[in-house]
Design a protein around this ligand. Structure first.
Ligand code: FE2
Length: 180
């Protein structure tokens, strides 16, 4: 078998929502995403779900909201925290710099959103780091269906030797990727 080509990027994600208008409003008003296209279930025979394609910048879509009108969605129960199918954990939105990220943190507070984790620095090196991984500064909120969203800035990058470099160009001593 030939070697897998290096992928260009990780791209969009799609998940189901119980109330599509409520979710569009959340992603538009809280995170600033825009609707590219909104299609009804069955417009294309092979697609029995309502789909909303939302974008951040120039990509046709970064996020897809799907709603199946034939499905009876149940609400989460306490048991879901301890048993069930493996499922969605979180996705993340990156900001261009710490200033923008702090602005979004202020906005989240002003909007009265519950910040379910953070703000936190995911780092074993940073003076304010909590010992976790990625070197990024994050806080987490929930969408109307409880999907967990991480909002972050300043994640480390990995150079061609597997060495960790922080967002300000500094080599992180001892930071090396498991696989190069
Ligand atoms: Fe994350």
């Amino acid at each position: 078998m030939s070697t897998a080509p290096t992928a260009k990027s990780f791209h969009h994600m799609a998940f189901e929502v119980t109330d599509i208008e409520k979710s569009i409003a959340f992603y538009r008003d809280v995170l600033g995403l825009k609707v590219t296209e909104h299609h009804q279930a069955g417009e294309v025979e092979a697609i029995p779900v309502e789909l909303v394609f939302m974008r951040i910048n120039e990509n046709h879509h970064d996020l897809v909201l799907a709603h199946n009108p034939a499905k009876k969605y149940r609400t989460a129960t306490a048991a879901d925290a301890t048993e069930g199918l493996p499922g969605f954990h979180h996705f993340a939105i990156e900001y261009n710099n710490r200033e923008d990220w702090l602005t979004q943190l202020d906005r989240a507070k002003e909007m009265g959103l519950e910040i379910v984790r953070g703000p936190v620095v995911h780092s074993p090196w940073h003076p304010r780091g909590e010992g976790s991984w990625g070197e990024n500064e994050s806080f987490y909120i929930l969408d109307p269906d409880g999907h967990r969203i991480e909002l972050f800035c300043d994640m480390a990058t990995i150079d061609d030797k597997g060495v960790f470099i922080d967002a300000y160009g500094k080599t992180l001593e001892g930071g090396v990727a498991d696989e190069v």
